[in-house]
Design a protein around this ligand. Sequence first.
Ligand code: GFB
Length: 325
Amino acid sequence: MPEVIYPLAGKKVYVAGHRGMVGSALVRRLAAEGCEVLLANRAQVDLTRQSEVEAWMEKNRPDVVFLAAAKVGGILANNTYPADFIYENLILEANVINSAHATGVEKLMFLGSSCIYPKYSEQPIVEESLLTGSLEPTNEWYAIAKIAGIKLCQAYRMQHGRDFISAMPTNLYGPGDNFDLKTSHVMPALIRKAHEAKYHKQTNITIWGTGNPRREFLHVDDCADACIFLMKTYSADVHVNVGSGDDLTILELAQLVSDVVGFKGDIVHDLSKPDGTPRKLMSAQKLRSLGWAPRIGLKAGITDAYESFLRYQAESQQKSYHVGS
Ligand code: GFB
């Protein structure tokens, strides 16, 4: 185990974005750290409003911030709402990071995304590939905002000596995911499609694009564990990739999800939908050499994500029953 340079025990830890998939996983994982976790919903502090963020941070004075709040979505949502993705992410990052500086936060972690790297980066993608080429057009708006987040942390470290670090997770999945087919990422979409096809005895499911792009996936509980590991052991301006180190094609993923869900039909393609980046496998070398490795294999992770989908579905049905009754 590497040296803990910043123990979390006894600290006031603010998780911005605790209702999201990553934020809620961080809250679950922080329960083992002996810290006080601070949370705030949108009615208490709207992170896109500078004065609200400043007032909330001034009043609550966290020692530590995990900046997991973000407007996120899959390839189609990114491509359809570029203004929302760049504006909301930029403004909330700037508000939280500047307020963290103003109120003397001891340590902050900014969470980004693997889409910060150039579209045709050499694979596996090392941290130093940042800003060496053009971005993937379907998500460059989100990517620019996430790059700005890394740069904000670096700038406050350079100018003010702040211990603000950045972690770049790969494509994440797990409990708390968004299962809306129009706005979700591929994993929850495939789980839902395979489940509904099995339930309705359909002969096929449709996947977007050619199925040839390769993607890397990490269970969100592994991601939360890696983030807490880095918070306690890492302090430098270079961001750190957080991934599994393995990838597979979207078609292979669709087959694996079908297998877990128990759907036995065919997989067909909607070629009107974009493929996006051909491949974005991040190098896991830096995080491994720091001493962290994932624990949840892809098949076990998908099984867990499917169970969370079934719970989500049961809850939604219960809610609509109550509304209707
Ligand atoms: O997960 P996804 O939406 O995002 O799509 P990206 C990954 C791949 O799966 C693309 C294909 O090639 C999609 O065309 N795919 C196949 C599907 N079927 C489906 C489906 O039913 N739904 C979805 N959503 N995809 C996002 C970025 O890129 O990744 C964000 O837009 C962010 O900025 C996120 O970085 C992690 O991996 O292409």
